[in-house]
Design a binder for this molecule. Sequence first.
Ligand code: APR
Length: 241
Amino acid sequence: MTIPVLPLDRYERIVFFTGAGLSAECGLPTYRGAGGIWSEYNYEDFACQRAFDRDPEKVWDFHDERRRIMGEAEPGLAHRVIARLQQERAGTAIVTQNIDGLHQQAGATEVIELHGSVWRVRCRCPDGLQENHDQPIERQCPACSAYRRPDIVWFEDPMQEGPLRAAATAIAECDLLVSIGTSGVVYPAAALPQLARQTGAMCVEINPEETEVSGQYQVNLRMGASEALSSLWPEVAEMSR
Ligand code: APR
């Protein structure tokens, strides 16, 4: 496969748009495809408000296991390359569908989390939204005794307006969009990369497999995240190892 030459100094505003495939190299399962979470669990029983209202303990059993597995994972080379590029290049944004916090663990900041975070919970308390990395977590808030609700955008939830607006703005204004590890089937997130295409940005898809949105990209790198970023920007990858 020929790797296109994308000199970093040609671009002023780069957006990394990431999905579960970015963390696959860190040992975390993706949601779809071989070994995908949704092939083992029905989201209607474990990851939606109806399930939480019906059986919060069952939903917390599932999310405590996600927190355990995600807590054991370390950011991969791709996470580190992205964080380094953000640190070194003003105007670089990170929009993720992931809830695992690995971008931040790699040193990224101001990560736009479209689907929330497994490390945040909220409850009925006025200051109830909090970061919480306890393993296992105290499932009921000691102050208001309500079950803590993972601050995750579950299926059937409305999107959180702030992150969605910030993501749309960043992507519409970028001149290079690098999509990594997403199947492009969950909306409205999956519609965002089109904003970059419409404004004439260079759009690159990094995914070992063809996706439903592959045709929206000028470049499709059929390889894993770390291999692709190392091929595109070897010097940055070397410094990030
Ligand atoms: N590098 C890059 N991509 C990879 C790698 C890898 N090493 N391994 C797998 N992939 C690709 C798969 O081919 C697949 O297309 O990552 C993609 C993961 O797709 P999904 O599991 O559907 O994950 P994602 O697109 O992030 O899901 C979107 O769906 O369940 C909801 O809220 C959840 O945020 C999630 C959303």
